[in-house]
Design a binder for this molecule. Structure first.
Ligand SMILES: Cc1ncc(COP(=O)(O)O)c(C=O)c1O
Length: 434
């Protein structure tokens, strides 16, 4: 690996995103609404997909559509496509392929793990959740209350919507068996110090379950460096198809008992995968990781289309890609923070200090005095700007901040295919609406 690293050009350190090339990869970005080019600021709810992802899904259905483990060519191709996607996601997460479980979405995968961990828990055991999390990392654990497990919640600091780490330390004890935490908030954009949280959880003897759904489009994930036990994400949040992916430490995937049908394999990771998977979308996963790796290869040295990145370098190219993505997204965040601060009657929930831009994703939850978030989102939608309103299943957070009864927030979310012009455009519309 050292040799591979040395072979990367030095420009890697200043990886730059080629935004024009990025946008050209997403056919939907040229869509118009009422005569205006659509601005997709709804990434936190699901991102757009590249032509390569669309092609991979189409090509699988056209040529290799079959079930797995058969004695004929399309079935063998299907097995290979699944193996490729697993290996692509292993590079994406920094693990090995048999630690990658594929499933319909993050929520189902989390229920599968919580149910199985729950088999070993009972009265006297505790699980620690947070008020910042999406319900997909809350309800599956809360369901274990029926086994007598006690659920505790880490509170937030309301001022900047960060986790109260003192509260976490207070509530963690030798009774805590699981700490479930989000890598980043899908509502207010806060990036949690998951590495520290995992270390503290381990010190108390608990396993750590990380929801990386919101973080995945914004930063590189390294499950080994984090030392997490489980980490779940959804590929439709990072430019791929509607699928969920779970990393589990091999020892856990082997030791825990999944709820499964008898003929299914007892080997990992297949024992955690229920029924027939969505093969066409799995074909799209490899293309989606390939697209991100290509950003990395363009960032280090602009290439022509026929010089696609090699598999050997994929993990390193992904790291580079995310450096380029992050530096572009931070520019967008700074511009947005400056603009939002100048709009009278507008309140931003979450980190607003430009000096702390690295602690947040470019996901902005706002309210404007006297205006209902749904009404704002509708009006922006009519102007071709797509945003979300409500709680986006971060229900504990909207309740904790006292906005649930009043429509939650208006959420404006940027990803790397968004531009400074789109930031200015949404700011301009918000100014008119305020
Ligand atoms: C932070 C976060 N976690 C979990 C989920 C649930 O993901 P899925 O739809 O794949 O179950 C979402 C979806 O919005 C999310 O934003």
């Amino acid at each position: 690996m050292t040799t591979l690293l040395n072979s990367l050009p030095r420009t890697d350190l200043n990886a730059k995103l080629d935004v024009a090339w990025v946008r050209s990869q997403f056919p939907s970005l040229s869509r118009t609404i009422n005569g205006q080019t659509a601005a997709f600021l709804d990434g936190p709810g699901g991102t757009q997909v590249t032509q390569s992802v669309i092609d991979a899904i189409w090509y699988y259905l056209k040529t290799s559509n079959a079930n797995t483990h058969g004695q004929y060519v399309t079935s063998r191709e299907t097995d290979e496509i699944i193996a490729s996607a697993r290996s692509a996601m292993a590079d994406f997460l920094g693990c090995v392929a048999d630690e990658v479980v594929l499933g319909p979405n993050m929520t189902s995968l989390t229920f599968a793990i919580s149910r199985s961990i729950g088999r070993e828990l009972g009265p006297g055991d505790e699980i620690l959740l947070t008020h910042l999390d999406h319900s997909a990392n809350v309800s599956p654990w809360q369901a274990l209350e029926e086994r007598g497990v006690k659920i505790q919640f880490v509170d937030i600091r309301k001022g900047d919507c960060t986790l109260d780490m003192d509260d976490l330390a207070r509530k963690l004890s030798s009774r805590t068996k699981v700490v479930a935490v989000g890598y980043a908030s899908n509502a207010v954009g806060t990036i949690n110090d998951v590495k520290t949280i995992i270390r503290i959880a381990h010190d108390a003897g608990a396993v750590a379950y990380v929801d990386a759904v919101h973080y995945a489009p914004h930063g590189v994930i390294d499950v080994r460096a984090l030392d997490c036990d489980f980490l779940a994400c959804s590929t439709y949040k990072f430019f791929g198809p509607h699928m969920g992916v779970l990393y589990g430490k091999r020892e856990h995937l082997e030791r825990l008992h999944p709820y499964k049908v008898r003929p299914n394999t007892n080997e990992v990771p297949g024992r955690w995968e229920m029924g027939t998977l969505n093969h066409e979308c799995i074909a799209g996963i490899t293309a989606c990781v390939g697209y991100l790796a290509e950003i990395g290869s363009k960032a280090v040295s602009p290439t022509t289309d026929d010089q696609r990145p090699t598999t050997r370098l994929r993990r390193e190219l992904l790291r580079t890609a995310y450096r380029a993505i992050q530096s572009h997204e931070r520019e967008l965040s700074l511009r947005m923070l400056r603009g939002l601060a100048e709009i009278p009657g507008l309140r931003l929930y979450g980190i607003s200090d430009a000096k702390r831009v690295a602690e947040r994703c470019p996901t902005f939850a706002i309210r404007i005095e006297g205006r209902h978030p749904a009404e704002l989102s509708k009006q922006l939608g009519e102007r071709g700007i797509f945003t979300w309103d409500g709680n986006y299943y971060a229900l504990n957070l909207t309740e904790r901040l006292g906005v649930e009864e009043d429509g939650g927030f208006l959420r404006i979310g940027f990803v790397h295919y968004n531009t400074e012009e789109e930031v200015d455009r949404v700011l301009g519309e918000l100014r008119k609406l305020a």
